[in-house]
Design a protein around this ligand. Structure first.
Ligand code: LLP
Length: 422
């Protein structure tokens, strides 16, 4: 994003042009920013541990255009569901380029996961016999819950530790791999995902040490040669102005240092090191362009926009902060006001008291920052509000990447029994 003569540009496209072409609200993604984010992180990790690869956790933004950018950069796909494996297939990715990390799977999920031939990453020891009922995966890993998690989004997002629903307990991890080995499985990896949006490099060192101490013992005792170790995602981004960025080079250095140390300590053959972030690649590359439609002066001044909780769920769900720019007014005096969307719920009053340009007016365009991860992917249709359009910008070019929904999308799967139509 840039501001030139007061006008906001996403890459080199004025937001006024985007709003005119696609309407609002619209998610807009800067292609070059995604590429820069990916390359910066890859360079850092490969500098300290050359046998390193990223998988992209497609749950954060499953627009295929976005996923293709990351595929072009060399990422594999982390799939949370069978449908995400199928999305990966649409990108031309399968086999060892895709990892299936579902949780609390149904038999049907297991059967389809197995048939897809991707790496199967099991969330619990009890899933193994259920998998074996349908067949033997060639390549298997377990997701360890190392007993610790950290997250800057809110308590509910923490994916590790005793209160998380994810992963195998450390006391069960040896048995899990033993059973898998006894069942004749020959290729192994190991995985964890204990946190999201962390900007402290030391966290990544700490969780790597936890994982390696558990996995190292397994490797040694069962004589398992792990082909990869996957540290999950969690690379954080700053959401509030003034928040520091994650020192990615330092995170990579600390992780590689302890990783290499632990490989030597447990006598493991050096595996591929992997991570599967999403937010770090796409979070700050995505924006929502919205319009101010109404302004109310009642108990407080409230600015009404078309960026509602159904368009961006994170503030209402987690109390998450998203910075807002107002096109043409960033240099003006500011006054604390509220800002909301158009949904009939008070959680849609998602900005309570924030200094916004004093003369903000009907028809102004707002730009909501850091909406590229868990933005559109978590949008919904409540109140008959439709999902927005998605657009990619690169330089001064722009392309529609997903059409705005219409009323037809609201009734697409609905059937009304005949007697109700009389
Ligand atoms: N791998 C697994 C197994 C995951 O469950 C996730 C995210 C990731 C990787 C990617 O994590 P990241 O690098 O983006 O931190 N909806 C929340 C975030 C939930 C994270 C879910 N798992 C939010 O809006 O902040």
């Amino acid at each position: 994003m840039k501001i030139k003569n007061g006008q906001i540009y996403l890459e080199d496209v004025p937001v006024t042009e985007l709003a005119k072409t696609y309407g609002t609200p619209t998610y807009v993604y800067e292609e070059n920013r995604i590429r820069c984010n990916f390359r910066r992180a890859l360079k850092a990790f490969q500098k300290y541990y050359p046998n390193f690869r990223f998988f992209y956790a497609i749950k954060a933004n499953n627009n295929l255009a976005i996923a293709h950018i990351l595929r072009q950069e060399g990422a594999g796909i982390d799939a949370a569901s069978v449908n995400e494996i199928l999305l990966a297939k649409k990108l031309g990715l399968g086999g060892t380029d895709v990892m299936f990390s579902g949780n609390f799977l149904s038999d049907d999920d297991i059967r389809q996961g197995l048939e897809s031939g991707v790496i199967f990453n099991l969330d619990d020891i009890s899933t193994l016999p259920r998998v074996l009922k349908f067949g033997k995966p060639e390549f298997l890993s377990f997701r360890l819950n190392p007993g610790y998690g950290q997250c800057e989004v809110g308590d509910f997002v923490c994916n590790g530790g005793p209160d998380a629903k994810f992963g195998v307990h450390p006391d069960q991890i040896m048995d899990a791999y033993r059973l898998a080995k006894e069942a004749g499985i020959t290729r192994f990896g190991a995985h964890m995902m204990p946190g999201s949006c962390v900007r402290d490099p030391e966290y990544f060192r700490f969780i790597t040490e936890l994982l390696m101490d558990n996995i190292g013992k397994v490797g040694k005792e069962l004589n398992i040669n792990f082909e990869f170790i996957d540290l999950g995602g969690g690379l954080g981004i700053p959401y509030k102005p003034g928040d520091h960025v994650l020192d990615i080079d330092e995170a990579a250095r600390l992780v590689s240092e302890v990783f290499t140390e632990k490989i030597a300590e447990y006598g493991l053959q050096p595996p591929r090191l992997m991570m599967e972030p999403a937010r770090y690649f796409v979070g700050d590359a995505g924006y929502i362009v919205g319009t101010v439609h109404s302004i109310k002066d009642s108990y407080k001044r409230i600015i009404g926009t078309d960026v509602s909780m159904n368009t961006l769920a994170r503030p209402a769900m987690y109390g998450a902060y998203h910075h807002i720019y107002v096109n043409g007014r960033e240099d003006e005096e500011r006054k604390p006001v509220g800002l909301c969307g158009q949904v009939c719920e008070n959680t849609d009053f998602w900005v309570r008291d924030r200094p916004l340009p004093e003369n903000i007016s009907l028809g102004d365009l707002i730009v909501v920052e850091n909406a590229g991860a868990y933005g559109y992917a978590m949008s919904y249709q409540y109140n008959g509000r439709l999902k927005p359009a998605e657009v990619i910008v690169n330089g001064n070019q722009h392309w529609l990447a997903r059409e705005r929904e219409t009323i037809e999308d609201l009734v697409r799967n609905v059937t009304v029994p005949g007697h109700l139509l009389k």
